[in-house]
Write a protein that binds this ligand. Structure first.
Ligand SMILES: *Cc1c(COP(=O)(O)O)cnc(C)c1O
Length: 384
């Protein structure tokens, strides 16, 4: 029976410490969450600015629902595209200083759509080995030739680009790597694109709202801009709502509207979400103090987690992974913290490479310095 086979696979995963299980929150996303009736101090959301439960976003969502209803009821190309979606696209494009922008339902779908629409058979995608799963799946879906380079290895990428002859070339990368927290060498990647007439898809799921002047993201942070860059960012992380957008030259956006299957063949997101994101953009643009506070928390965490049996990975962003190595050891550390009322998820293969299981600690501007002290003291205590 195929069921027996599935059960055996699940049992095998459990034995390797790889079984994944969910817990249900009974509270909004925030540093203080309730799970199974118990309060926890949480360090694992992507709500980097603490906006997911912001009263102004909730009010905007309610107002949007009052104006447009609960659901869009159709795809964007049929009758699901509203004025709220349109206004948001105009604002997003201006915010990231690109000629045009297009909303997608999720970041996962945006990546699938961009890669599938821009390249196909005979073209080549060049990808960092630590890219997010959605970029990996996107290149498979596109049926382009795939060339993966070692994490951040520009010399290897240059070699691969030189070797490949015809067809379109698209380099795809996380701008901030989701499980490592380091920032991609975007200026070097852009230089290679110019040299080899390639495009660069930068996935800024973890930089948008957090990095750069007014939270404009990784490109602003590194002071780079180019028509060759196709910028993607998600709206469910620092932005605190849901969805994603791609910002690029108008002709690229037109191509996506016409060819990106994950845009064409899906229902538009509820317009009320667009109303909430519009409000979030205002908070992000004015959020200097939130970002400065987040930077202080990052510095505090890093100075509080030294000389441990586990290595705090080099990262200047809100993603601060503590490398444990063994799957079960990472689960045990996560469970021990939970005993202390602290929630940090263990991340295991295949999300990260074999032997690099880790606690993915994430900080939010909604954390206090006292929250971070509680975490660093608990980890130091467990190390003893
Ligand atoms: C979260 C994430 C995505 C997917 O975005 P969703 O909107 O959650 O689907 C894509 N890329 C990266 C790097 C991410 O971290």
């Amino acid at each position: 029976m195929p069921f027996t086979e599935l059960q055996n696979e699940m049992n095998e995963r459990a034995a390797q410490g790889l079984l994944r299980q969910r817990r249900s929150l009974q509270s909004p996303q925030s540093p203080h969450i309730t799970v199974d009736g118990k309060q926890y101090l949480s360090f694992c959301s992507n709500d980097y600015l603490g906006l997911a439960n912001h009263p102004r976003l909730i009010a905007a969502l309610q107002q949007g629902a009052a104006q447009y209803g609960a659901g869009a009821g159709a795809a964007h190309l049929v009758s699901g595209h509203t004025q709220a979606h349109h206004e948001l696209e105009v604002e997003l494009a201006a915010f990231v200083r690109k000629p045009a922008a297009l909303l997608f339902s999720t970041g996962y779908m945006a990546n699938l759509g961009v890669v599938q629409a821009l390249v196909g058979k005979g073209d080549t995608v060049f990808a960092d080995k630590l890219n997010h799963a959605s970029l990996n799946d996107a290149m498979l879906l596109s049926r382009a030739n795939i060339q993966r380079y070692r994490h951040g290895d520009m010399a290897q990428l240059a070699q691969l680009l030189t070797k490949i002859g015809g067809g379109r070339k698209l380099i795809i990368t996380d701008a901030v790597f989701s499980m490592d927290g380091d920032i991609a060498p975007l200026p070097e990647l852009l230089a290679l694109c110019e040299q080899h007439d390639a495009w660069l898809l930068a996935d800024d799921a973890h930089g948008f709202g957090v990095l750069g002047d007014q939270g404009r993201g990784s490109l602003a942070h590194l002071s780079i801009a180019s028509p060759r860059i196709i910028y993607m960012a998600t709206l469910g992380k620092a932005t605190g709502v849901f969805g994603a957008f791609v910002a690029a030259e108008q002709v690229v956006i037109d191509t996506l509207i016409n060819h990106a299957h994950s845009y064409v063949y899906t229902t538009a997101t509820p317009p009320a979400l667009a109303s909430a994101v519009l409000e979030s953009l205002k908070l992000i643009a004015q959020g200097h103090e939130m970002r400065a506070h987040l930077q202080r928390l990052i510095a505090q965490l890093r100075s509080g987690l030294k000389d441990l049996p586990w290595k705090l990975m080099p990262s200047a962003t809100a993603i601060q992974p503590l490398l444990v190595g063994d799957n079960q050891a990472a689960l045990d550390l996560s469970a021990a913290l939970r005993e202390c009322g602290i929630w940090v998820a263990a991340i295991r293969p295949p999300t990260v490479p074999q032997g690099t299981a880790r606690l993915r600690i994430t900080l939010s501007a909604a954390h206090s310095a006292g929250d971070v002290t509680r975490l660093t003291e608990a980890i130091n205590e467990l190390a003893r």
